[in-house]
Structure formats: C-alpha cells, structure tokens
Ligand binder design. Sequence first.
Ligand SMILES: Cc1ncc(COP(=O)(O)O)c(C=O)c1O
Ligand SMILES: [Zn+2]
Length: 418
Amino acid sequence: MPASPAFYYRCARCGRTYPGDGLRYTCPHDGGNLDILFDYDALRRRLTRATFPPAPELSQWRYLPLLPVADPGGHGTPLRRVGWTPIYTAPRLRRHLGLPHLFLKDESPNPTASFKDRASALVVAHAQQQGARVIITASTGNAGAALAGMAAAVGAQAVILAPRRAPQAKIAQLLIYAARVVLVDGTYDDAFDLSVQAAQALGWYCRNTGYNPFTVEGKKTAAFEIWEQLLRDDPAPERWHIFVPVGDGNIISGLYKGLWDLQQLGWLPRLPRLHGVQAEGSAAIARAWEANADAITPVQAHTLADSIAVDLPRDGYRALRAVRATGGRYWTVSDQAILEAMALLGQVGVFVEPAAAAALAGLLQAREHGALVPEEPALVLLTGSGLKDVAAARQAVGAPPIVAPGDLNGLKALLTSP
Ligand SMILES: Cc1ncc(COP(=O)(O)O)c(C=O)c1O
Ligand SMILES: [Zn+2]
C-alpha cells in the first residue's frame, strides 16, 4: 500500500497556508477553519482511478492513500470497522414517494452507531501518531460517543464534555466506553468553549468539531464511498442531489472536501449538488444562506433533533461554501416534519435518530418545491441510529402499544377488534 500523502493547511477564509508539521487548529490570522491539502500533481502520478482503492478493505481505511495519517493499525478492533456503510435502494420507499432513483446511505452500522465514527477514528489515529496522552472533545453526544468508543478500542484516553440534557442513550455510551464524562450544565456551545479552554490549559489534544481540521478528513471518506458506490461510472454526476443534516456544518464540509479531492485528482468531472438540511429552530447556516451572507449570526437553538441543535455553528463558513460551490441549497424543516420522516423510514425497516430523519424531511421539501424531480437521482445521508434517542422514536409513532390481558380470549378480542 502506498504511504499516506504529505499535506499542508490552508485557511478556508483568508487562504493563508501553513506547513503540515504537527497539529494546528484554526487560522491564527482570522480564526477561519483550516483545510488539509495535498500535492495533487504528485498524487495523480502515484494513484490511478482504475486501480483505486488499492487495498479494498471494507472500511474507511481503504482510502489511506488519500488520508493525512499513517496506517493506524487497530486490526481486530472497532476502529478498523468504521465506514463502508450500506446504500439502500429501499424499493418500498421509492414506490411510496414516487422517486425511482432514491438512495439511502445508512451510517448506523458504524461501531458506535453514527457517522461520527469516521471523524473520531481518524482523529484518534492522528492523536496517537502525535503522541497525545489525552483527547478531549465537546459533543452533543454522537461525536463524544464515537471518540470514547474509538479511544477505548485502541487504549487511548478520552475526556468528553456534553450538555447535561443529551439523550440518555448517548450518555450511556460515553460511560460504557469508559471515557471521563463531564455533563455541562448548559448548552453544547458552552461545552465547546469550555473544552477548548481545558485543552489549552492542560495541553490535551482537542477533537472538537469545526475546530480540529482532521475531522473533515475522516468525514470525507463518506464522499469517497458515494463516489465508488454510485457516481464513479455515472456520466452526469452533477445531476445527483445529496441531502445532509447540518448542525455545526462539519459533515457537509467533509463531504465537499471528499468530492473536491476527487475532482482535483481528475476522477470526478463535475460535482453532485449538496443540500444542507437544518431544523427550523436551529438554522443559523440556512439563514445565512438565504441572506446570501458569509457571516453566521448565532441563534438560540430549539429542536428535538439534539444532534443538530447548535447556537453558533463552528464550521458555518465551509458549510455555506459546500452548498454554493455545488449548486445545492439549504432547507429548514420543522420538528413535526422530522418526526414524520422518522416514522416513514421506520415503516421501511430503517430506524434513525431525528437529526438523520431531518435529511429525508429536507428531500421531501425539495421535491415539493420542484427543486428535485423524480427523474433525478438523490441520496439521503442517514447519519445516526434511532436507538440513540428512543424517546423521540416513541414521539414519532404517537400511540402507545396495546397492553394485552393475560388470557387468549382477551388477546383475540383485542387483536380482532377494528
Ligand atoms: C446524527 C448526526 N447527524 C448530523 C449531525 C450534524 O453534523 P454537523 O454538526 O457536522 O453539521 C450530527 C452532529 O452531531 C449528528 O450526530
Ligand atoms: Zn485565515
């Protein structure tokens, strides 16, 4: 397998570049998010589209030649099992919605049951290669669970700051993976600021979303998979629509980075349209998109989709760039529409958490607005398992289950009544 490529950092905002000698967080000049870039001419000489990936391991590590870390090892552990998630054609959903070219990419088979494993696995690999002792992160739940799980898999130490009101299942995950867990009496944004201060004060490695440039490099592997699984042989990739739930904006920035890498390599002539979907009550990026602004005004986030409840998105600038550069758009969806999308997916055997269902709700809105027509192919990125938030699932189905008496006659009467 070829060695991992050398890289440098470039600020997404001001374009200043910095050498790739160790970990940097944001741009010292203006606080912009840093992109990790390669020497694409050198990569083009080393890799060919026809033989990529060279080692078809069934995980995100199949893309090591395009990742800014060395091989992390970890064979025989969940770290090595991240990514290469399934794509469903969901024929019953296609028929129900009248969308014959719909695809769902289900991230719940990842080891900690969300998309965030992609970023956390890569960050743990990088932190270990940097000799970091402790990795800290703020999280609405999933990023923390993913970091805790990946750290536990390879014996690294994780410290997680999450909002006190995070769903119980996510908190249970943090604890069972034996991370040091601090529940902050405040919002995700409070936890974010506190974790950055703690990392600086204690000299710890910080994984925070929209702060550590390596998370995007893990998340971009989903774009590589979509390319391999669907776009590679399509003569018109620009006809595709990809719907992505957006909180901080790091997932959609990661997908864009993956597509952009492929374009630089000359392996993807034109980019599919990226659509960002936010909850109406947590729509700072969508509002900036509507106003055609670059600056993001924070909101007071209120939505049952806790994973995308963010006051001040930390990767908003790049999240806007991803959508503008690909000709997609932003959508905002109500909590009610999210619950309905959750129920709809459940009816075809796919159980997702509210943030993931938001992406489908966005697609349905796009179809209603005529921005998506049935002839066009569309993919919905389902970012997290429904088991993460069972209270929301119960809300999505409404009626409680029937309670049966303990005798057969009573049961028969119940089951045969209209
Ligand atoms: C399941 C799920 N979907 C979507 C998102 C949104 O990702 P981002 O905050 O990078 O926009 C998250 C983030 O926590 C998540 O956990
Ligand atoms: Zn800058």
